[in-house]
Design a protein around this ligand. Sequence first.
Ligand code: GLC
Length: 721
Amino acid sequence: MENLEDKIKELLDKMTLEEKIGQLQQTGASLAGAFQVDFEELLNMLYDGRMTEAEFGAMMGGAEQDYKEDDLRSGKIGSYGGSMSAEKAMELQRIAVEESRLGIPNMICCDVVHGYKTITPTPLAESCAWDTKLWEKTARVAAKEASAAGINMTFSPMVDVSKDARWGRIAESAGEDVLINSAYGVAKVQGYQTDNPKAHDAIAACVKHIAAYGAVESGRDYNRVDMSTQKLYEEYLPPYEACIKAGALAIMPSFNDINGIPNTANETLLKDILRADWKFKGVTISDSNAVAELINHGYAKDEKDAAMKAIQAGVDVDMTSNCFIENLKELIDEGTLQQDTLDKAVTNVLRVKFELGLFDDPYQTSVAREAEEILSEENRSIALEAAQKSIVLLKNENILPLKKNKKVGVIGELAKSRNDMLGCWAISADEDQCVSVVDALEMKQIPYEYFETADEAAKSDCETILTAIGETKKESGEASSKVNISLSEKDILSMKVLKDAGKEVTVLLFNGRPMAIQWCKENMPAIVECWQLGTEAGTAIVDVLYGDINPSGKLTTTFPYSAGQCPVYYDHMATGRPGGKSRFTSKYIDAPIKPVYPFGYGISYTIYEYKDISCQVTDDEVQVAVTVVNAGECAGEEIVQCYFQDPVAKRIRPVKKLVAFERIALKAGEQKVVKFNVKKSLLGYYDQKMNYIVDDGEIIMMVGGNSEDVLERSIEIVTKG
Ligand code: GLC
């Protein structure tokens, strides 16, 4: 049987130059050329509230219809980006396959970042479940629904390690740790693609955004990135590599530069590391308009120069900038661009289309399947499980769980808002399918009274009040960086009024990013991190508030004292003056250096105790064991975390680094011995010459329920070398 590479070569040899270039063109609904309104202005109208999402969707839908047909017939489009329906996707595919000369099917792509119609928690929220099986399960839900709607590639998982709460896209990441982002990304790739990407309910994963987008200077989106090669390799590249090794079929370079080279034209990244070192055979797709933006970066003089630099560096597909479609022919004709370079890019595109089975069956869905799959009971129940496990209980001074027969007061728009439960990148969702906190109280027939103001609540006969505070969904995500991550004056004032009235207040915090909630921690008796949990948000929150679910989530991102501390993260260096009584230590004179809540933190309705840590060192592993006891009154799930420190190294090392974790279930009174077999290679780092080394000598192993409260054991490592 003809092998894949021969099939690709055979097709490539039939293609004209124009058809080859057409395969590298990704267009999408963003080109609202059918309207006399610039797309950027449309987006501004959407974000300013001058246009509803329904109106925006309708306009985009119209643009799709007008824009693609002629270009599909003439083979000028190779992939399409945008949310659509099965009917529209299949029509687009039919034109490409039945009305063009070679009938090459399209990749139909969409940002299905945390669900398509059934929306699961935002990635930062879901990462707080520390549950690889769950992360894969929710990716399966997304893949089933998106593929039912005709989509065959998602621009997800986003695994940009994010240590800066000012950056709005931290909401899309799995937080500040490299191991969590790696594990999260691998689970998502597996959930989207399965072991058989040709399956009709599998979609290609386009991992993003390589690399170090989460390290933008000042937390300002699209800003520059400058860091040592060691830091890039140790703290930012591993999650992308893990996703590539897990078989991701596509990858997207990030908008930012690294050390002066924009990643959309970064040959070291896209060829030396991605292709040569990681053996990636999939397709690289630029970010939206990023090829043209090489001009803004000051790296290309015009669109022709930008097209040349991007394709030469290893970008295969140009998303919506049109630099490729408008310049590559001239670059080939004049001999600037080598035919072989162009062919390699086209080969990567064709390979992914073959691997997705699009040549065998380009129509992998139907209107009937879409109706059956979208928002099914099974999908909603998985979304509920994910929402329940993503909730982090931050504080509880004997307020929670509440009693179902006792009327509760509720204030705060966010308690009624379905739309804000969706979070960023829920572009295909129907907000009216979402359950708010008030919806859930109604559905569960729990007595409540909603108050428009804190004063009304304060004067009411409700002893217990739920106050919903934090961010709307438009305050995080892309292009949503902030210099102020504190709570609004309005939120704090309403909590002060309730406190002064002697009410038992539970804070429900809705947010895309970590927020500076010092005032809450000092003044409120109960704080529940409710993030943006998606379609079943309200149901999950009420399940936790009334004890039907024992909260188990743990923070995967540090909660700063203020934006002034950012970036602040657990795996920091000690410095030469780490603290103590002296004035002359690494600190601020106007704020503490400790965060409000540390990485890995989250409490439960029960109490977990850790004891009897022990370590064994074998030839290539450090085996750590610890006993965890459920010393409380109710069953629960605990996330046991294993960290290490290399206290003396050839380059300074973090005070601690997560190296393993495990989620365990414990009944009241039950105890379990948890074991971690840590490969010695995971204890290594890059020396000044970029050699990866593992030091001989002392290593300190730590285990606990968060990154600060840990049991420690010192061991000696003797490497074979
Ligand atoms: C956006 C984002 C990227 C997304 C792409 C397509 O600008 O940076 O994450 O996948 O455009 O919507």
